[in-house]
Design a protein around this ligand. Structure first.
Ligand code: DGT
Ligand code: CA
Ligand code: CA
Ligand code: ZN
Length: 568
């Protein structure tokens, strides 16, 4: 969304102004604009089209003009001007937590720091600490900030990794020498963050395939280009490794490079106990290869069924496989509906009918519209009047749509005292109610959630931990107490499929399953495109060992509605 881009740019302008020691009021104005845009859930593009930018509170004339400039020309002169003036990597370094623009400016002017390496050097030799108003404590915090910054740059989101890998794989397949291609590593296991992208290829003339690979149009840098392995860096500092393996070893290589390491070690010990040797080249008895062409063959010769990549974390899957008790984990075709999305009634970009038609194309039978409730002002939460208008609209569309049902829902805010943003007599008229914490992340979250679950109309607790991957820790919450309450009351817990959330995560999904809690997967889409996030939800559910019966949106609409607490 343009909102976030603009917020980021305004923050950067403010940083740069502060760096240059300019007027604090101008800095404050840019920071405020950034905050307003960041918290604004309505799309600025839409506001601009509707000529409603004027109504944005807390943003002055001059800054509004910059928003319009950016929306109409794709550029903002002020931003380019102030960022160009910063030497070296100083602009990126402004993202380091605990390192303010003023300190950075001081380090730059007095010690000549222009890169992270420089900064680390003046920290280690003690020169930074000796600067006026610095001291050991501050430097220690900056050091922590650098660690966090470097760690967050090390791993990328599954969504970006998947998109990048698909583009590279598509490119590789255009080469005639390439016979088979598969993703491997953490990406094939659908881990929520990815260190680097691993791709395996089999085909003739490996070296030429590697050469072709390193000419991928998105390449920023080539790290290695050998006879069997190539490594490149593409946009956003993402590393892609391609390995060429012989067809006779493709299965063994795929097994090995899919990992995880812990799973591989466990598997290798099983091979050893059976008098065999397992490696990336195959399964061997002495020097004779007895398996390795296919992955299934590798598992079979170890007397195991093929274990889905998402389960290969050495969390009990090998023993389960040995006893023929692998779960029948959920598949895309099992999903009959999407249980969280926002329309133009609150902060979504698309109309209810557009969402419904897009969902029907995905072969769903139903969707749940969950616009925000009135307290969520930043997201244009619905008041009673507009909620009722929405219900009438849903009823009208439902009459038109065949073999499809739009369910009336709401994402109702859990307020500071655990009460809900709408009274029971309203919630009771919704088909399904989703309740969320959006404010007070440290304020008695466990109690508030438990109080909400005591309400017979609260069917689902949305994004139960509130985390944003690599960005925000989430609520201060005792998840075990929440789960116990969910099990006791029959409340479902959400697996929010938005790739920055994946909340509940894989491990917590498995714990919920073991406690008999049902999971509801919702994309939290704010446009029709967002519906495609379901794949990340499914992948996380698979990593959490969830079977179709553990997930309420694999049920028919009749069964779904019958399962609600209020019907028990
Ligand atoms: P990442 O890239 O950090 O998200 O995680 P992975 O799992 O993709 O790890 P990566 O890229 O270092 O290696 C890919 C796979 O190759 C890994 O999952 C298992 C396998 N592998 C790599 N090195 C070793 C090793 O030293 N021992 C074993 N058993 N397996 C390894
Ligand atoms: Ca990897
Ligand atoms: Ca790798
Ligand atoms: Zn939400």
């Amino acid at each position: 969304m343009k909102n976030k881009e603009l917020a980021h740019m305004f923050n950067r302008i403010a940083d740069a102004l502060e760096f240059h020691g300019e007027n604090v009021f101008r800095v404050i104005a840019y920071r405020k604009a950034a905050r307003v845009l960041d918290e604004l859930s309505e799309d600025v593009v839409v506001l601009h089209k509707k000529n409603e930018l004027e109504s944005l509170p807390g943003i002055g004339r001059a800054i509004k003009e910059k928003i319009i400039e950016y929306l109409t020309t794709g550029k903002m002169k002020k931003y380019e001007e102030v960022t160009r003036e910063l030497p070296g990597d100083l602009l990126d370094m402004l993202d380091i937590q605990n390192l303010g623009p003023k300190t950075l400016a001081l380090a730059h002017k007095t010690l000549g720091v222009v890169s992270i390496e420089d900064l680390k050097k003046v920290i280690n030799d003690g020169r930074l600490a000796k600067l006026p108003q610095m001291g050991e404590k501050k430097v220690e915090n900056i050091k922590k900030g650098i660690e966090l910054y470097e760690r967050s740059r090390e791993r990328l989101s599954i969504a970006l990794a998947e998109k990048t890998a698909n583009d590279v794989i598509k490119y590789l397949k255009q080469d005639k020498r390439v016979k088979a291609v598969s993703p491997a590593g953490s990406l094939r296991r659908w881990q929520e963050t990815i260190g680097d992208i691993d791709i395996l290829v089999t085909g003739s003339k490996g070296q030429d395939i590697i050469k072709y690979f390193t000419r991928y149009p998105g390449t920023d840098r080539v790290l290695a280009a050998g006879a069997t392995k190539g490594s490149i860096i593409v946009a956003n500092d993402v590393q892609v490794d391609v390995r060429i393996v012989p067809a006779a070893s493709f299965g063994a290589a795929l097994q090995y490079f899919t990992g995880s390491r812990a799973h591989n070690i466990h598997l290798r010990n099983i091979a050893k106990a059976k008098g065999m040797k397992l490696s990336e080249y195959g399964v061997f008895r002495g020097t004779r290869q007895v398996a390795g062409k296919t992955e299934q063959g590798v598992y079979k010769i170890l007397s195991l069924p093929l274990i889905p990549p998402e389960l290969r974390e050495d969390r009990g899957e090998i023993d389960a496989a040995r006893m023929n008790r692998l779960p029948r984990i959920v598949e895309p075709g099992d999903i009959k509906g999407d249980l969280q999305m926002h329309s133009t009634y609150s902060d979504g970009a698309d109309e209810i009918e557009d969402l419904a038609r897009a969902a029907r194309k995905l072969r769903y039978h139903y969707i749940l519209i969950t616009d925000h409730s009135r307290s969520a002002r930043y997201a244009h939460g619905l008041d009673l009047k507009r909620l009722k208008k929405q219900w009438r609209e849903i009823e009208t569309i439902n009459k038109r749509l065949k073999r499809f049902r739009i369910l009336k829902g709401i994402e109702v805010d859990i307020l500071g005292d655990g009460s809900l943003d709408f009274p029971d007599r309203i919630l009771n008229q919704c088909d399904i109610v989703l309740a969320s914490i959006h404010q007070g992340f440290k304020n008695r979250v466990t109690e508030r959630m438990c109080t909400a679950m005591d309400n017979p109309y609260v069917d689902i607790i949305a994004h139960p931990t509130g985390r944003l991957i690599s960005q925000r820790e989430g609520y201060v919450v005792d998840l075990w107490k929440v789960m116990a309450k969910a099990a006791e009351t029959g409340t479902w817990l959400e697996l929010n499929a938005f790739p920055d959330r994946l909340d509940l995560n894989d491990v917590n999904c498995k714990a919920a399953k073991d406690m008999g809690i049902k999971i509801s997967i919702g994309t939290d889409a704010h446009s029709t495109e967002g519906l495609s996030w379901m794949k990340f939800g499914i992948a996380t559910a698979r990593r959490g060992w969830l079977e179709p019966q553990n997930i309420v949106n694999t049920y028919s609409v009749e069964k779904l509605l019958k399962l609600r607490k209020r019907r028990q």
